[in-house]
Structures are given as structure tokens and as C-alpha cells.
Ligand binder design. Sequence first.
Ligand code: AMP
Length: 474
Amino acid sequence: MMKLLLKLEQTALQTPDRPAYIVGTQTVTYGELVSLAKRDGALLRREGTSPVIVYGHKEPAVVRAIVACLYAGRAYVPVDVCVPAERLQNIIRQTGASLVLAARPVCVPGVTVLSPDGLECFSDREPQPNGNRIAYMIFTSGSTGVPKGVPVSCENLENFVRWEQTLPCLNGLQAATVCNQARFHFDLSVADLYYALCGGHTLAAVRTENSLDFAEIFRVLKKSDVAVMTPTFLRLCLTERDFNTENYPKLSCVYVCGEPLPKPAAKTLLERFPRLCLLNAYGPTEATSAVCAVRITKEMLRDDAPLPVGELSAAATEIFIENGEVILKGKSVCGGYLHADGDAFFVRDGEQCYRTGDLGYTQNGMLYVSGRRDGQIKYMGYRIELGEIENAALRLPGVRACAVVPQTAPDGTVRAITAFAEADAFLSPDAVQTALRRTLPSYMVPKTVRILPSLPVTANGKTDRKELQKQCRT
Ligand code: AMP
């Protein structure tokens, strides 16, 4: 049995009434979670051995199904209700799943759809032998338009859980409440789900199914000691002026991951919560949620220097730079995409490596990410990193976030660059361009600057660059 299940059982034995998971008015205690998931797990072993689709949003049945799959030794594939039917069917086809454990009604031809309570129907079947070592599969968007399955092994996951528990500010907490923002099909949620359940803490979920319900977000944050979120979500929280230590005295740690942390957001957070521990974590789905993290200090925010994304000596896996690209090697790296050889993966010295596509460098024991390899464009013959323009814009007073998108002609040549700046209305596009001209060569200054009250956000809580591309065309 996985070590992380032993930890879960230990909490269930010692404090069965402690809440393991809370969403809205529903609570599941450790005692209930372990006894239900164990029972479900035994029944799942009778149903088959293929990966199990876990469909829903933040219902307690989703968490119960995830834990049940771990007990059964069957890979779970979380699929949020925001995933359209066609994509769900594609995921089912790719995984060969025979069962959807659904917390919500869903119609998928050719597979059995059951709620966890419905698993009883397999009780008269024989348990299947199972040598599966995959804990879960998360589907990320593939550049070809077909979702790519990332199978994360039990060893990858156990390594992540061990590493995360050593992080500053997270390692000493007892019976904490951990705020979950991410949908369970986004690998950021791996960080809060397993930190909470393996540490005997309580996971308190924010429902993010439709538009963001700020009343719910702040209700959950009010009782949370730790919050795990994307930097975009953090910026949204910071638009509420009352989000400060006086009103949220319990909040002691915010863990962000998934995209660059804008300095203005980090600054505002630490001004409003002077004693809070802000962890900037970095990693891709292909290397189990996150591989390194660093506590952001006020000193790091003082000058213009970029923010680090992790301490190398305390990383979950080996990290090195090759031709300017961040390469991950070892225990965190998954075995490769489902049904694809993918040249991003390779083996060196007998260990699995992953080319992240992130441009980065190391300095004074820290990892820095400076942009994406694919965020590099050629414009009028000049080589430009879009991240550099974004960072220059972020240094301007009043700019809270910035995304720069290129407009390309059908032949792929970049015809123009547009900057979308999230800023207060008093800041004009002209003022941004004038200020950027002071720090950037003229060819890097975006021809168009648009000021928005907030940047659009994807279902995973990151900046929606595709939507911004569309806006460029209007
Ligand atoms: P995902 O697989 O959705 O978690 O996305 C992984 C990608 O998000 C990484 O390859 C990076 O490009 C980006 N990313 C994750 N964490 C950070 C961070 N702290 N700073 C900058 N970029 C990040």
C-alpha cells in the first residue's frame, strides 16, 4: 500500500472526527473518508484494472473516488465538469477507461457511469490482480490540439508528497485548514490535496465552477491557514482591499505555482500580510506538480531583479540548465506521455529527464525562469522574449499584471505585438508606451497597449492568452 495512504489511515485512527474535506456546507471526516474509500477501493478492484475517470467538480464524492482509486491501485483521471463531452470522450478513448466514477450525472456512451455508492454492483465479481504503478493521469493541452495524457506514477507522487512536507512554513503546521482553488484536473490541486490529506489537515475547497464567487472565496480564505492558488487567482483576491491580516488573521502561508508570480502582487500581499510566508513554487504536470519552491522575502522585492522560483538545494528532483532551457531529471519526472514518445522526454545516466520548454538560469543557488522557449518570437528580424516586455511593463507603477501577445500572419511572421495590461483606469495606453520606450528598444515596444480592469482567466486560473489573441483580432 502507498505510504501516503498509511498516513491517511493514521489520522483516521487517531482523530476520526477531524474534517478531511469541506466544500460549502458538506464535510467529510477522516474516519468517513477512509472507511468509504477503502470499501470503494475493494469494489473497484473487482470492476477491472483500467484507469478510472473521476468526473465532477469539488463534490466530496470526487475526493472519495480519488482516494478509492489509490486504494484499488488503479490510476485515476480527474475530469472537471468544465470539460466538454467531446474532450471527455477523447480522454476515455486514450486511457481505455471502462468506468466513470461520477459525482454529477454525465452521459458517455460505451462506458459504465456510476456514483461511488453504485460500486456495490461489482461485489460478486472476483478481485483483479493489479500491478499498476500509475497514481493518476492529468490531461494537459497539447500543441497539436489533442489533449496529452501525463501518467504520474505512485513513486513520483510519493516523492512529491515527501518533498512538499519539508517546505518552509508548511512543515510545522498541525491540523491546519488548507484552501483549495484549483480544479482537481489541474495539477496545482495535487499540491493542496495531498499536503492536506497526508498531513492530517483539512482541505477546504472553493467552488470555481462558473464565475468566481468572491463571497465563497473569502469565506474559505477566512478559515484557512494555508492557501494554494495561481498568481492570477492571488491577484483577483488582492483586488478586495479588505483582504489583509486584520481580516484574515489565520492565513499564514500562500503557495503559488503554475505561472510567473508578478512582483506587484507579491509586494501587495506581503504589505497586507507582513508575517505571511509566500512560497513561489515551480514545476510542470510532467514532473508531478512542482519541483522546487522558495519563500519570497521583502528583500527580493526591493529591487528590479526577477523573482526566483525555487531553491535548488532543496528541490524535489535534479534541475539543470541546458542551452538556456530548464531540464528536470529523476524522481519527479514521469515516464512520458500516454501513447506518445514525445521528444521532450529523454534518459540520461539511466534517469528520466524532461525538457520543460522554460527558459531559465540559476544564480546563488536559486532557479529563475525567464520565459518560454516558445514565448520567443522574431519580429522584424529581431529576437524578442515576450516575457521581457511583460516584466518591463510590470515594473511600471499601477500595472498589476501584463500579457503580451504577438499577431501573426498566415505564414507565421509576426506583424505586431499587443500588450494587455491589468491596471487602474487612470493609466493610459500612451503612458505605458512612453514608459516602455524608456527601458526597451523601440522594436520591442508594443504597437498597441490595452488597459483592462482584469486579464481573462482560464478554467485553471491562469491568464487566458488564447482569449487575448482573439481580442487582438477585434
Ligand atoms: P502546468 O503543467 O499547467 O503546471 O504548467 C507548467 C508550466 O507553468 C511550467 O513549465 C512553466 O512554464 C509555468 N510555471 C509553473 N510555475 C511557475 C513559476 N513559479 N514561475 C513561472 N512559470 C511557472
